[in-house]
Design a protein around this ligand. Sequence first.
Ligand code: NAD
Ligand code: MG
Length: 418
Amino acid sequence: MASGNGHIQGRDSAQAQARTPRPRRIVLLGATGSIGRSTVDLLERDPERFSVSAVAGGRDAEALARVARAVGAEFAAIRDESAYDALKAALAGTNIQAAAGREAVIEAALRDADLVVSAIVGAAGVEPTYAALAAGRDVALANKECLVCAGVPFMRAAAAAGVRLLPMDSEHNAIFQALGGEDPSRIERMIITASGGPFRTWSRERISEASVEEALNHPNWAMGPKITVDSAGMMNKGLELIEAHHLFGVPAEKLDVVVHPQSIVHGLVSFSDGSVTAGMAAPDMRTPIAHCLGYPDRLATPTPRLDLAKIATLTFEAPDFERFPALRLALDALRAGGGLPTVLNAANEIAVEAFLDRRISFDGISRHVAEACEAALRDGTANAPESVEDALTVDHIVRERSRSALAGHAASGMVTLQ
Ligand code: NAD
Ligand code: MG
């Protein structure tokens, strides 16, 4: 029996306290990008639930300062050292500490946090994300290049540190949810879907000459330029197969891609009894991001809800390796293992950059990646990296090689590689 108001109030306030635990501390790496901005959108809607200890970005000081102010970050780090003064000026009148350079981004990653959101693009995200993992921070991983560049040592470090690696990439997040804690030995297949991108129905000839604008015109997702170009050639799906292999410990033979232009079903798992579970959601990255931010609880998001009757038709088709050779290259790298995915990733980053600079044609990207992989297999660069540091060394070597191989190409959309 309640003995009086005081007791009941006491109990109520204890319950209220249990309902409102201390805010979840977040570090946001890649805060000014597409994933970064979607994350900020969610954090801003729930200021009681989250507090942001640090944000980091590449070179846009104004944008980083805006984000830091919006989320009330304690520390803002910009990779480009020459942007320090601009960042400092843009943060004037706040208590937000500004810093610049490679070490500063790592310092941001190591700030006190319950969850580090890894949303820097490319292998530039490996070092800070790895630093966070090794220091025992849980990580929400949008940056798939971490696992393509350094999958084995990266997952080993996560296991050794006993941290949680939450998949933020929509397909992997869907699979994570579809798995529902099942025994991994009962998994028969794991399937990630691909929208097919802007060139899904184009001929190989037309794809080979696609312009930068055409490659950046993704039908379903608004993303940063690198992943958008990767998606147009289906290299993104190849990187995601490698990502899935490491995240879920599933061999290449059990992984599949199916093209699904509506981007409603993101990932599927089939089990030994023939059951198939699927992760579905409207194509809005805030849903997988929210899943990671709230995990194991769920946030309330403003994302569009699925109206299946309105969508009416979901279609699926097999991927075409002839028209999308990058998917084949990534699959081959996954099967070969060792350092080949590291090589593939580095060569691809430099080739995508060259395409975006209009120095090579669209099909020049996959041709360059193929050449880089062949060269690395011949000279031992593709040997398995023992550590994340090893992987970063290979990454560096391949980047330099790719840069000089592509340097001769003048800024013209017409130039193709041999
Ligand atoms: P983006 O280009 O929009 O943003 C990249 C962010 O990284 C920016 O904040 C940029 O300033 C920062 N950055 C770049 N180089 C840096 C460096 N050297 N040091 C520190 N910061 C640096 O890219 P995005 O689309 O947000 O993608 C980010 C990552 O998430 C990629 O790995 C991508 O594959 C993955 N991802 C993105 C989406 C999406 O919808 N955008 C979906 C799934 C996965
Ligand atoms: Mg994805």
